[in-house]
Design a protein around this ligand. Structure first.
Ligand code: ADP
Length: 661
């Protein structure tokens, strides 16, 4: 033990001394020459790599390349690599050994070597026996040796373990084939092949998660193998280890056998060499040869830089990773979605998502944006509808309040109009009573009762109209005749006009004036305009007190004109006339015209006011005909026109409401 430790310390010291010597020489040279770095003595690292097997087989190539890259990137002055292989897996190493040893000795007699990297069993055995003879004192790094052989590695050697995850590979077989109970382990007959076959069978038999019935087929020729594989069913799993040599002595790189096996096999084939992937292997927990090469190269570089003593230096094994061939898995009718998450998938059949991921993402983003925009617009539209409904409700309430105000203004004439028939009824009733005390004249009594009935009806009509006007009712757009609606309002207005000694000239020239509208609201338009006109004529000489109300067909609708000979519209008022709360009257509310404008706009029409030639003013209301109203609604409802913003503008853009002409 003590001896071993002493020799380790001695070796470490020797390595460190060699490196320190090199650096010292370099520094002295630099100082002495005081010249550029191009002249100082470089120390290029000389690295011997012993792959054992043929270094051109893909797994070895990956590993060796990674070792070289890793060392070269760490070497201050670069590195030279020498690769020597006896290819023991396919040649008889016992017979060739003397010649190989002699060649090695001769080759490296004159060569200063800095590190020897041995890969796999042959390299371990060879360096263990001969490295003192060939490369005395040179550090050795061993990799690609099974953990079971770790105990054979001399203490002065560094070691990078490589992990073959047989258990992980078998677990994948169990996942992909939940019903499989039969496992065939396939291998060649080279010693390494047989060792792997044994390991595979042992690992399967030791599985707790599945009771495998294990068969081992070692050394079959490829045609024999194909024949047997073709006879397997889908509930069998095949674990392919390595086949460096078959029973006839034919040698292979193990990956070469995968394709012919997969071609014939009915059962999925599993393995742990990444170089088998893409040749028909279904899946496996793959050894990381490249990562192992990087770790091996990095450890060798650390030793050469003096950071780590070579004796028993080691690192953690590179982890295996799940890789699966989706093409193969699909072909065999297995379910790739059963694979564990994070498993690397190769040969994934093209799909829209995989092939055009970016375009699909962009399209999705566009669709999403569109959906959001549409949702936004719908939301906006809904809010607008709600706002419109609220506004209509307010308008209803406001209009009703205004009607009460109008009724208030008309109250004197209404009282008169109701009072008159009531008085007549009373006197007729008195007359009838008196008649009954004497000799009743039946004919006369009939006539009196007829008068009473007529007067009562007259009073009743006035009350009914008033009730209809003041009744609470929601906006109701009906097909109606404009003239007849106005006529009803004119009856009430007539009473007031008579009281104010104003003559109403009515000229309902519009024929067949069918509009879509709310009867009471349209009557209110006329009432408001007419009462304003009457107010304006308060100081007009009696002879000129004429209120002209007329209708006529204009364009696709009908026009109502209310003209008076009053004081006229004050100059400079403009559109403010129609603003709510604008009034010039001592007891005015300033709501009449604003209500007129709102009602007219709700009906899709327009209103304007102008001074009248010869004094007074004229208010003009235009309302679309029922047909025009319907077609403009259809236009609005048409797709492409259904732009809420545009619709809002159209409704709001309207009128020449206050324009003086
Ligand atoms: P109000 O009648 O309560 O004042 P309106 O909105 O009906 O409220 O009228 C607003 C204002 O417009 C009136 O105060 C008046 O100055 C003016 N106006 C309305 N109609 C006429 C009219 N026919 N002639 C002159 N001015 C008018």
């Amino acid at each position: 033990m003590k001896k071993e430790r002493a020799s380790r310390i001695l070796l470490a010291a020797r390595t460190r001394r060699a490196i320190a010597r090199t650096h010292a020489i370099r520094c002295v040279f630099l100082v002495m020459l005081g010249l550029s770095t191009s002249v100082y003595a470089e120390h290029v690292w000389h690295v011997v790599i012993l792959p054992g097997a043929d270094p051109t087989q893909p797994a070895a190539q990956q590993q060796i390349q990674a070792i070289r890259d890793s060392i070269a990137s760490a070497a201050p002055d670069g590195a030279e690599f020498y690769t020597d292989s006896l290819d023991d897996l396919r040649f008889d190493d016992a017979e060739l050994m003397p010649s190989f040893l002699a060649l090695m000795k001769r080759k490296y007699e004159q060569k200063q070597v800095d590190v020897v990297i041995g890969l796999a069993d042959f390299a371990l055995d060879f360096t263990k026996r001969y490295h003192d003879e060939i490369w005395p004192g040179v550090p050795v790094v061993i990799s690609s040796v099974a953990p079971a052989r770790q105990k054979d590695i001399p203490a002065e050697f560094a070691y990078v373990p490589v992990d073959f995850d047989l258990d992980g590979t078998l677990a994948l077989a169990e996942t992909l084939q939940p019903n499989a109970r039969h496992l065939v382990v396939v291998s060649g007959v080279a010693p390494l092949d047989l060792r792997f076959a044994q390991r595979g069978a042992d690992a399967a038999r030791a599985r707790k998660s599945r009771q495998w019935a294990v068969d081992v087929w070692s050394g079959l020729t490829v045609p024999e193998l194909q024949q047997r594989l073709a006879a397997l069913d889908r509930d069998t799993a095949v674990l392919y280890t390595t086949m460096y040599r078959d029973r006839t002595g034919r040698t292979f790189f193990p990956y070469e056998v995968v394709a012919p096996m997969a071609k014939a096999s009915n059962a999925p084939i599993y393995g742990w060499y990444p170089t088998y992937m893409g040749h028909g292997l279904a899946a496996g927990s793959m050894a990381g040869f490249e990562t192992n090469g990087q770790l091996t190269g990095a450890l060798a570089a650390s030793i050469l830089l003096g950071k780590v003593p070579p004796q028993s230096a080691t690192v953690a094994a590179s982890a295996s990773r799940c890789v699966a061939d989706v093409g193969v898995i699909d072909k065999l009718g297995l379910r790739a979605d059963a694979l564990p998450e994070g498993c690397e998938l190769i040969d994934v059949p093209p799909s829209l998502w995989r092939e055009y991921r970016d375009i699909v993402l962009i399209a999705l983003a566009v669709v999403l944006l569109q959906a959001l925009t549409i949702a936004g617009l719908l939301w906006q539209r809904r809010r607008r509808r709600i706002a419109e409904d609220e506004a209509t409700l307010r308008l209803d309430e406001l209009a009703r309040a205004a009607r009460f105000a109008s009724a208030g203004e008309l109250s004197a004439s209404i009282a008169h109009e109701v009072g008159q028939p009531l008085g007549a009824i009373l006197s007729n009733a008195d007359a009838a009573g008196m008649m009954l005390q004497n000799e009743p004249d039946i004919d006369e009594l009939h006539s009196i009762l007829g008068d009473i009935r007529r007067d009562a009806l007259r009073a009743n009509q006035v009350v009914q109209r008033l009730r209809a006007l003041l009744q609470k009712h929601p906006l109701k757009m009906d097909m109606l005749d404009l003239n007849s609606a106005f006529e009803e309002a004119l009856t009430l207005l007539g009473l007031e006009a008579r009281r104010r000694r104003i003559v109403i000239e009515s000229n309902p020239a519009a024929e067949n004036s069918r509009v879509q509208g709310d009867r009471v609201q349209l009557q209110q338009v006329l009432l408001n305009l007419a009462i304003n006109a009457m107010d304006a004529m308060e100081d007009t000489p009696p002879a000129d007190r004429i209120l002209s109300i007329s209708t006529r067909a204009v364009g696709q609708g009908y026009e109502l004109t209310v003209a008076d000979r009053g004081h006229g519209i004050p100059a400079g008022i403009g559109e403010r006339l129609f603003d709510s709360l604008y009034t010039t009257k001592p007891n005015g509310m300033g709501l009449g015209l604003s209500i007129v404008r709102t009602i007219v706009m709700t009906h899709g029409g327009r209103v304007s006011a102008a001074s009248r030639y010869g004094g007074g003013s004229v208010f003009t209301v235009w309302l679309p005909s029922a047909a025009e109203h319907a077609s403009s609604h259809a236009r609005e409802a048409r797709p492409g026109f259904d732009n809420p913003t545009e619709k809002a503008t159209l409704k709001a853009r309207p009128t020449t409401q206050g324009g003086h002409t």
